[in-house]
Every structure is written in C-alpha cells, then in structure tokens.
Design a protein around this ligand. Structure first.
Ligand code: ADE
Length: 255
C-alpha cells in the first residue's frame, strides 16, 4: 500500500515512521511512504502557501493552488483515495482504518493554520477526516495516527495475524487487563486466577473484566453490545470480585 502525505512540515514524519513496526513494514516493502512538501508546489516568488481569509477574521488560510498542484503532480496511478485532515472532518475510527487498509493508495493532506480553502475539500478530496474532538496544531500527527492504525491491519505487518482481529474495537469492547512478571510488584499481586492454569476460568475472568471496564469507561460501546447469558455470568463474576476487594466499580488509579 502506498501512503502519500502532503505537508508543510515533512521533517515531522522521519522518526515515527521509521521505527518499530512501521519501519519494518517499510523495509519489507509492505508499505511505501512518500512525503511531499506542499511548499514545493507554490507558484509565487515567495512560495506562499497561506493567505488572509476572505471576509476578514483571525489567522491564515492555506491556499488551494499548492495543494492541488501537488495532488496533480503525484498522478492517479494507482488510483488515490484522497483525505483532508482537519478538525471539521468525520471521525476516524477502527472501521475507517479497516476500510482503508484494502486500498492500493491513500493520500493524506495535512492542514495547518486556521484551515484549508474550502474548495480543496469540496472538489479535490474524497473525504475530510478528524482523528478526535480536539484541535491539533496541524494534520501531521493525525496523518501519523492514521498510517499507524491502517498499516497494522495490512496482512503480514504484525507477526501474529490473529492479534489485530482479537483486539479492542474490532468487537467494540475494551480489552481485558493484562499482567506479566513479577507475580508481586511493590506489594501488588497479580489476580490469582491468572496463575491457576485453569484456561476456562481465565477466559471467563477476562471476558468479565473486559465487559466491566467497557461498561465503566465506554458506556456508549457497552450500550451497543448484545450480551449472551454467559456474558452476563462473566460480568457478574467480575463485579463480585471488584466488590469483594472493596474497590469502587468506577474507581480510577490509586494515585
Ligand atoms: N488538524 C487539527 N486537529 C485535527 C484533528 N483533530 N484531526 C485531524 N486533523 C486535525
């Protein structure tokens, strides 16, 4: 899969996209990352990429011409799916990542300043996307989030193919708590059941705690679940355990 990123700050991408799993995906030829500097496509002498908004107001607006010239210079082979990143877009979620992971090519345009001339969004992109209800200084970090979330779904990128499927949000439920060695850390013990070797009981414990934390932390996701009789049993077990420990069901961390 090819990712083409259009940005005024190409230097921001170097490290996040060259380390760890993304770096390996590049090295193994599973993805291609190409970063274009929008400024290279500005026509005027000063290479201006922004200007004052028509109608007045604060801040600067990104001019359409450099962006559209950059898009044109990149060609349409393989067919690009063009995305403008801005807080005004539809929300990115796991379903979006899954849909895009099957594409041959994704073009991510990183907006800056007060925004991008609306004619870009209206006439030259397929989708306008936001990664969350907060305002970043630009679309660059959003583009990196998207490259990461999409890449890990491409077959061959993760060592263990099943792990991408089993994880949070594929089933619209949060993951159960995880523990590793040591069994006791600063006086805090790992739940005994995880050390018991009783696989069925461990599965039940994990399901119960996944459901419980989903209900506590993401009531919006919990409301969409259709619980089986067994799910209710697992959830009841987790609730009892938490109550017996004297923890409040909605408690956060200890500090
Ligand atoms: N640019 C600024 N904030 C953004 C956000 N939340 N998502 C995508 N692009 C952005």
């Amino acid at each position: 899969m090819i990712f083409d990123i259009l940005s005024l700050f190409p230097g921001m991408f170097a490290s996040p996209l060259s380390e760890s799993i993304l770096g390996k995906a590049v090295d193994r030829g599973l993805i291609t990352l190409r970063i274009q500097n929008i400024r290279d496509f500005a026509l005027d002498r000063h290479q201006m990429t922004d200007d004052r908004p028509f109608g007045g107001g604060e801040g600067m607006v990104m001019k359409p011409e450099p962006i559209v010239r950059a898009l044109e210079a990149m060609g349409r082979e393989p067919t690009p799916h063009v995305v403008l990143l801005s807080p005004q877009g539809r929300l990115f979620h796991q379903g979006t990542a899954r849909r895009w992971s099957g594409l041959p090519r994704l073009v991510l345009i990183c907006g800056r300043y007060e925004g991008v001339d609306e004619r870009v969004a209206r006439h030259f992109v397929n989708e306008e996307i936001s990664i969350g209800d907060y305002v970043l200084t630009g679309g660059e970090l959003a583009a990196m989030v998207i490259v990461d979330a999409v890449t890990r779904l491409i077959p061959g990128v993760l060592g263990n193919e099943s792990s991408a499927v089993a994880e949070s949000f594929e089933e619209l439920i949060l993951e159960h708590p995880q523990y590793t060695r040591p069994q006791e850390f600063r006086g805090f013990r790992v739940p005994e059941i995880l050390l018991s070797g009783h696989h069925a009981a461990i599965r039940k414990w994990r399901r119960g705690h996944a459901l419980l934390r989903t209900r506590q932390r993401r009531p919006d996701l919990f409301a969409r679940l259709e619980l089986t009789v067994e799910d209710r049993d697992c959830l009841g077990g987790a609730e009892e355990e938490v109550a017996a420990e004297g923890r409040h069901a909605d408690a956060g961390g200890d500090i």
